[in-house]
Design a protein around this ligand. Structure first.
Ligand code: HSE
Length: 438
């Protein structure tokens, strides 16, 4: 039913996503009115420079530099400025004035989410942020609504397209990290400063958001264990391949059961991990994203698609705008977050996975026995072992050992790796990678 009302929509920011959101709001106004139940009137776009070049041609009279004036009196405020301030203040002002807020700002939500959700609760408004994780892929609403009656046990997400692009090319071309990164930067797949992507920080922010929704608890960004992909070389990719695996930067969110006198807890972590080449996530190529969810009743579910891009991300924003408009028409308070609990978050030492350990060792009698003894004494059981001779030009005999382990606790594994490094027979611990999805 159309209400014949008009809802005032304010847009903050007109970058690659914001300009596409404005375009879609204007071009599809009639269609969106039918879906939302009210006319969605784009009343203004707040930017720093009204004359800047945009990706899309938009009516000049919509632009303003006065975000505050635009916000006050709007029914729906879309924040696409990015960064912490002034985005945080504008969102709090919007909520205070009774507007529903839509944002794609994962950095802000991962650091100030609790403050923003509390402010929304106090006034009965809603905050929606589907675009903050995996852009076009609908994953937050399924976790928040569709799976609200189920019990999510684990999530594996490829939630950073830049690193997936790099690792995928390393896997197909056998190229080294630095080489592919430089090419990715030249082609525009990686930023000039790629730190946030390659060191896993972007994925960690998304993991905090995913885990908060999946486990109905508050996961602060500091609680997310984070390792990037800059130390992954062509040889690590090759060793993984030989053993039947592919390396992906995974955001893993997992419930850990109560055991050995420890309470149940959740683990949220980002690191490059090995997954079997026949796992559904192994087929995620290029800059795509995918989130694999395991739920007690639903079983495994996979969400796949574009994890970045202006118009793709705008799709997620528009979906939130239509939902917010429907809520405005129906009345009543915004749908509260169920992510406000405070479940304990486990230290990385508590997780249990299989591992692939790559060591350079001196090639002498008894070395393998020493390595096997240290692993055995550390409670780490060997599942597979491959030894190859390493060519040297110093006359010394060296070998490379690639050891696949059975499941072991991270605490035990890292203590064992330290003992191996200090054993006198190991020249270099080349890589220690976790195996996920088994
Ligand atoms: N830089 C991100 C990525 C996209 O490479 O996936 C925005 O979150």
């Amino acid at each position: 039913m159309i209400d014949h009302r008009t809802l005032r929509v304010a847009l903050l920011g007109a970058g690659s996503v914001g300009s596409q959101v404005a375009r879609l709001l204007l071009e599809h106004a009639d269609e969106l009115e039918g879906r939302a139940g009210a006319r969605l009137e784009l009343v203004g776009i707040a930017v720093r420079n009204v004359d800047a070049q945009r990706d899309v041609e938009l009516p000049h009279e919509l632009f303003t530099t006065d975000a505050h004036e635009l916000i006050v009196g709007s029914d729906i405020v879309i924040e696409l400025m990015g960064g912490i301030e002034p985005a945080r203040t504008h969102i709090l002002d919007a909520l205070q004035s009774g507007a529903d807020v839509i944002t794609g700002n994962k950095a802000l939500l991962a650091t100030h989410g609790a403050e923003i959700f509390d402010a929304a609760d106090q006034v009965g408004a809603s905050v929606s942020y589907e675009a903050a994780v995996a852009a076009a892929i609908p994953i937050l609403r399924p976790l928040k609504d569709s799976l609200a009656g189920d019990f999510v046990t684990r999530i594996f997400g490829i939630v950073n397209g830049t690193t997936n692009y790099i690792l995928d090319r390393m896997d197909t071309e056998g190229a080294d990290f630095a080489e592919v990164l430089a090419d990715a930067q030249m082609l525009g797949y990686a930023e000039a400063d790629p730190t946030a992507d390659v060191e896993g920080y972007d994925a960690a922010q998304k993991a905090a958001i995913l885990a908060s929704l999946a486990f109905h608890t508050n996961v602060p960004l500091e609680a997310v264990h984070c390792e990037g992909i800059s130390s992954i070389g062509a040889d690590a990719i090759e060793n993984a391949k030989k053993a039947g695996y592919v390396i992906k930067l995974l955001a893993t969110c997992e419930r850990l059961p109560a055991e050995n006198g420890e309470d149940a807890a959740i683990s949220v972590r980002v690191y490059p991990a090995l997954i079997k080449r026949d796992h559904p996530l192994a087929s995620v190529h290029g800059g795509n994203n995918a989130v694999y969810v395991e739920a007690a009743a639903a079983g495994p579910l996979m969400f796949y698609g574009a994890g970045a891009g202006g118009v793709q991300t705008a799709s997620a924003i528009l979906g939130d705008v239509v939902s917010a408009a429907r809520r405005h028409i129906a009345g009543g308070v915004g749908v509260g977050e169920s992510a406000r609990g405070t479940q304990p978050i486990a230290d990385i030492g508590r997780i249990t996975t299989r591992y692939q350990i790559t060591l350079d060792v001196t090639d002498e009698q008894g070395v393998l026995a020493t390595v096997a003894t240290i692993l055995n004494e550390g409670g780490v059981s060997i599942a597979t072992l491959e030894q190859t001779a390493v060519e040297t030009n110093d006359g010394e005999s060296r070998a490379r050992l690639v050891i696949g382990t059975h499941r072991a606790r991270e605490q035990a594994l890292s203590a064992t790796t330290e003992r191996l490094a200090e054993s006198g027979v190991v020249e270099r611990v080349v890589t220690v990678l976790r195996v996920e999805g088994e």
